[in-house]
Design a protein around this ligand. Structure first.
Ligand code: IMP
Length: 429
């Protein structure tokens, strides 16, 4: 049974949720491997709307087991809110939710440090979600972090907390809050790396659900304007304890244009009326913070980079319909920097910040794409746009999404996705 990683190829919010929801019924396990409750994912099932931040959305599919891997940082308060909301709506958590003993905790002082650090940075601020994700990973790397397993050992937990509280000059009152968390989450804390290994031996199929995206990766993103975890495909291994030899493929998720929330370089950023139009048509507001997203043209330099860094087998392209009314579309094929043409994404942050996009213009199709059942139903000019993107990023598409609904999805012919999960086709009929 295939074990597949799903990652964002841009700066997040590519629509990974829709792809993960679509594939969840076809796998046995969904494992989150990075990030924390900075991610936001709204799922609509019938009339019910669920907002999930830490728990994989696979939890809404009966029989799908969900793992929060060691690479994730967990805010227990936020996790419990999510758990309670799910239980209230009849979702079965027992036997379906497993949290790694080694996942680090976001403690109450982490959001406070996050906000203080942002305030201090002034105009160089990252534009974080303010959830304390960065400071929690700082403690992890500094080897003073508190892990889920510590909640199960009161003495050790107190020792570590006192050390941290002393360091961070916070009140001991927080110990008692943490005790309340322990009661609720303890039954779910386990050795998830061992579980995943046993499940894979038993022939279960695992989907590794990425959070954030390639360009926000701590090593490969636009540092320092990144999140603090390994959001690229390699993170699926370190963030769950599953070896690379057990992973069969990687699916990238990309928007038909680009967005970014927070600060940092964004070479293809749009300005003026077109940015407003795309933001309105694409409902481009953050799922966690509600902030308006910055909008830009498709950046094929970023797309090629994501293909290389993640070893993408295929890409799911989302939100094509948002471009339906554009007269002309721009696609960035390379960057210009000090008279040089760059076709590979530059590692030097000063070069990225100063890079000017070199655009190719493509005629818009000015016709609706939503509801198209296969590629042949799309307007010819839309097909041309898609073919050009595939050529530029060096990866074929497996799926084209033309709306939020499940049936607003085109499965491309002969893609790795339908080879891995042949039953996906019938579930979209
Ligand atoms: P942090 O992850 O809260 O530390 O924020 C660091 C950067 O990552 C900021 O630019 C955030 O806007 C961005 N970021 C974090 N989570 C997401 C997400 O789920 N979607 C898009 N951007 C995100």
């Amino acid at each position: 049974m295939p074990n597949i990683v799903v990652v964002g190829t841009q700066w997040g919010d590519e629509g990974k949720g829709k792809v993960v929801d679509m594939l969840a019924p076809h796998v046995n396990v969904v494992a989150r491997f990075a990030g924390g409750n900075n991610a936001g994912h709204t799922v609509v099932v019938g009339r019910e709307k669920y907002v999930l931040h830490s728990i994989p959305s696979g939890i809404l599919h009966p029989g799908c087991r969900c793992v929060i891997g060691c690479g994730v940082v967990v805010d227990p308060g936020s996790l419990i809110e999510e758990m309670e909301a799910l239980v209230r709506r009849g979702v079965q958590l027992d036997g379906n939710l497993f949290i790694s003993k080694n996942a680090h905790l976001i403690m109450p002082y982490h959001p406070a440090l996050d906000l203080a650090s942002e305030a201090k940075l002034g105009k160089r601020r990252i534009g974080t979600t303010g959830r304390g994700v960065g400071p929690a990973y700082v403690d992890k790397a500094a080897r003073v972090g508190i892990r889920m397993a510590d909640l199960l050992n009161e003495r050790l937990f107190r020792e570590k907390l006192e050390l941290n509280v002393a360091q961070k000059n916070r009140l001991l009152r927080e110990i008692y809050d943490a005790e309340t968390f322990t009661v609720e989450v303890a039954p779910y804390i386990t050795d998830t790396a061992l579980l995943l290994s046993r499940w894979m031996e038993a022939g279960y199929s695992v989907m590794f659900e990425g959070a954030q995206a390639t360009m926000l990766d701590i090593d490969h993103g636009t540092y320092p304007y990144i999140t603090s975890s390994s959001t690229t495909a390699g993170g699926a291994c370190t963030g769950t304890g599953v070896p690379p030899t057990k992973i069969h493929g990687v699916v990238g998720v990309s928007k038909a244009y680009t967005t970014r929330v927070g600060g940092g370089p964004f070479p293809t950023e749009m300005t003026g009326a077109i940015a407003e139009t795309i933001r309105a048509r694409g409902h481009e507001y953050g799922a966690t913070t509600g902030r308006p997203r910055r909008c830009g043209w498709f950046d094929a330099v970023v797309g090629r980079y994501a293909t290389r860094i993640n070893g993408l087998d295929t890409v799911a392209l989302t939100k094509l319909d948002v471009l339906d009314q554009c007269e002309t579309l721009k696609v960035c094929v390379a960057y210009r920097h000090r008279g040089e043409t760059l076709t590979d994404f530059p590692e030097d942050e000063t070069v990225v910040a100063a890079a000017e996009p070199i655009y190719e213009e493509i005629e818009g199709w000015r016709a609706p794409t939503a509801g198209a059942k296969n590629e042949a139903d799309l307007p010819a000019k839309a097909r041309r746009y898609l073919e050009r993107l595939e050529e530029l990023i060096g990866t074929r598409f497996c799926l084209i999404s033309t709306g939020a609904q499940r049936d607003e999805t085109i499965l491309c012919e002969d893609s790795p996705l339908t080879r891995w999960f042949p039953s996906v086709r019938s579930s979209l009929m």
